[in-house]
Write a protein that binds this ligand. Sequence first.
Ligand code: UFG
Length: 340
Amino acid sequence: MNKYVLVTGGAGYIGSHTVVALLQQGYTPVIADDFRNANKIVLAGLRSILGHDPLLYPIDICDKQALTALFDKYTFEGVIHFAAYKAVGESVDKPLEYYQNNLVGLINVLSLLQSHQVKNFVFSSSCTVYGEPKGEKEVSETTPKQLPESPYGYTKWMGEQIIADFHRSAPEIKLMNLRYFNPVGAHPSALIGEFPIGKPNNLLPFVTQTAIGKYPHLTIFGNDYPTRDGSCIRDYIHVQDLAEAHVAALDFLSKQQEGLLEAVNIGTGTGTSVLEIVAAFERVTGLTLPHVIGPRRQGDVIEIYANATKGEQLLGWKARLGIEDALRDAWAWEQHLAAL
Ligand code: UFG
């Protein structure tokens, strides 16, 4: 019998890698994605990797009727909810669109879990809920959350709050917030990867797009921070590891008899600075990456990385790949795109 899993945003960056991981582990993913922030190239990549078309419904998850029809059609083992806007800067300009899409989508999914007795739910949360860590830069799930800096951050913070309140009203459902650190890299086949629309906001796509010649140089946003080399430090997690974390989360939830709510950090446990990323990229590719030092970017967290022990203890999951693997795979993906 098929174990159907609804993957909202399954044609997106993390979603598409998770679809592959789910299929490899015996689940049958059902993608709900209206391609507003995904690209058909990823679909072609998925087809090549899987050897067939994935089950895909091009619906807007804010369209409750369309989403209900999907819950009527399939008996879902669980839902992995990725579909959301994710650009921090854009969220400042378009707060209502962010709240509308990210929160209404989440509420629709949660209410359908309840009405259709779907018991397992995994939410794409973010380390943004920790804000700028006070004191210790390594954060664990018990580190107090702080109010976010952007409407995007608020949608994740409020998303976790909505899930916590929902948990009290529907204690039989098993819920997990996966708090991602910085997802990077691409599938080792280079057939799927991150597809930023327009000028990338995130570091890695900017690095690879500069290396391929789309931009004359990378600007490093500040080298006067109180870190080992003056640039900001993040925990970069390979998207393949991240995808596997979702399968591990679903496996874990499926085995639980009682309802629960857990949050788990999905990071490597190691911090890497922006300048270290540049050096590692040059090492891995043998290229010289043109870069200049620019001013600080407003709202940037100085340093944060995961305490990743809970993921290992609770889910039996831990990151296997390092930053060099991620840079190699991201570069292969960028070259694949350039060759299309
Ligand atoms: N950076 C540069 N130059 C660039 C782009 C980024 O120096 O052109 C630096 C940033 O200043 C930062 C680091 O690279 O120090 C990483 O920046 P990203 O934009 O890639 O990632 P962030 O850590 O700022 O943001 C990520 C996610 C958000 C999430 C946040 C939580 O993109 O969705 O982590 O901390 F909210």
